[in-house]
Design a protein around this ligand. Structure first.
Ligand SMILES: Cc1cc2nc3c(=O)[nH]c(=O)nc-3n(C[C@H](O)[C@H](O)[C@H](O)COP(=O)(O)OP(=O)(O)OC[C@H]3O[C@@H](n4cnc5c(N)ncnc54)[C@H](O)[C@@H]3O)c2cc1C
Length: 375
């Protein structure tokens, strides 16, 4: 039986970022990951460059595009373009490259990674976690991090995050070439998909396409509509393989820590319920997870409650507004498009949200202020 300061379940973006943050602080860390390798990650890779401050490593090799414009369409017309050439641009990263950089750097910093290994049982013994795996071995740690993503089994088991998680339905695919999408622009396509939208994010030589529905658990199986959307991005012939994934989205302010345990990333239900942004909260939660575990081990704080508090303050409060906006926008998308996207000041605000300069909370406060002044 081998002992570690921290065992992390799940070696995706949030699991390996947490591991690297902790290893850099000198802690012994084990990641237990169930998959051997994933050659295609269903993620469009859009990321605010302002997140640099939460990144535990240099990622320039994974950045495939730097975005200057955001194009919005309603049923392939009614164009709106937001200029993104501000202080902090929006990057498109190739997730497979990004995840590999993280894994390699974690290994270099002494993190141990077990894969493909499945956790079968977790118990607490003498104030330590005992983790039993399907390789017939047991591992012991003082702290446990749950990072097993949207299909998390362990977050619910330990009552971390919402009792009833909410999910967006998504379909994703990658096509060779960029179609009609410029190499420095992303496209958001509204109107075709009920209760959701489609997006096209350019990599160097291929296009990440995604379709998602965000409320009412609405399905995405209409092949005719899906083909129409893909054609609108400039592809006539498209032999493709799609991946369907249920993405766990933010659903209220809930504790995401317990006694010497916490959840990060999708497992903690942190993904933006309006735009499916999950990289940013994965990095923020990984950063604060490592900070709080460090403070706990060094005796500065008695428990991990500060972790939940930090995430709620730095992300959850904005997501509470994101969820309200999603519920109105996706129920009345035509009106939402006219008032929310086509409004004169909207492109600037959208750019500020995507670049991380503004939160949904800031936007909501502005709107409320405007209403009060005009009333
Ligand atoms: C179609 C789509 C497009 C997206 N596009 C964007 C985007 O453009 N920008 C953005 O910011 N976000 C995007 N997201 C969201 C983003 O991809 C996720 O929020 C992010 O990957 C979350 O990282 P994670 O480490 O928490 O989860 P994951 O990356 O899912 O990692 C979880 C890991 O845990 C492992 N695991 C699961 N169960 C177990 C277990 N029992 N034991 C051991 N290991 C386990 C899995 O194999 C996996 O490796 C998108 C999501 C989807 C579905």
């Amino acid at each position: 039986m081998k002992g570690f300061d921290v065992v992390i379940i799940g070696g995706g973006l949030s699991g390996s970022s947490t591991a690297l943050n902790l290893a850099k602080k000198g802690y012994s860390v084990l990641i237990i990951e169930k998959e051997k390798n994933q050659d295609f990650k269903p993620c469009a890779g859009g990321m605010a460059s302002s997140m640099k401050k939460f990144l535990p490593l240099e990622i320039k090799d994974a950045i495939e595009s730097k975005i200057k414009n955001v194009e919005f369409r309603w049923k392939d017309s009614d164009n709106v373009i937001a200029d993104l050439t501000g202080e902090s641009p929006f990057w498109i990263i190739k997730r497979e490259k990004f995840d590999k950089l993280l894994t390699d750097e974690s290994l270099r910093n002494g993190v141990q990674i077990l894969k493909p290994v499945l956790v079968e049982k977790i118990t607490k013994k003498n104030d330590n976690w005992e983790i039993t795996c399907n390789n017939k071995k047991k591992y012991i740690s003082e702290f446990l991090v749950i990072a097993d993503g949207s299909q998390s089994k362990w977050a619910g088991y330990f009552k971390l995050g919402p009792r009833k998680p909410k999910f967006a339905n998504t379909i994703s695919l990658r096509l060779n070439g960029l179609g009609k999408i410029p190499k420095d622009a992303v496209r958001f396509e509204f109107g075709f998909i009920k209760y959701g939208f489609a997006w096209a994010f350019p990599l160097k030589e291929s296009l990440n396409i995604g379709l998602g529905t965000f409320i009412n658990n609405s399905p995405l199986e209409n092949q005719t509509i899906n083909n129409q959307i893909i054609r609108s991005f400039g592809f006539e012939e498209f032999p493709y393989k799609t991946i369907n994934k249920k993405l766990r989205i933010w659903n209220g302010l809930h504790p995401i820590n317990g006694d010497k345990i916490l959840a990060v990333g999708d497992a903690a239900s942190l993904c933006d319920p309006f735009l499916a942004e999950g990289i940013r909260p994965s990095l923020i939660s990984s950063f604060y997870a490592a900070e709080c575990i460090d403070q706990c081990i060094s005796g500065e704080i008695d428990n991990l409650n500060l972790y939940t508090k930090n995430i709620n303050n730095n992300w959850g409060r904005s997501m509470a507004w994101g969820r309200r906006i999603a519920q109105v926008f996706y129920r009345f998308p035509r009106t939402g498009y006219q008032l929310g996207v086509k409004r004169k000041t909207a492109p600037k605000r959208i750019a500020q949200i995507l670049s991380g300069e503004m939160s949904y909370e800031d936007i909501a406060k502005r709107v409320i202020k405007r209403l009060l002044i005009n009333s």
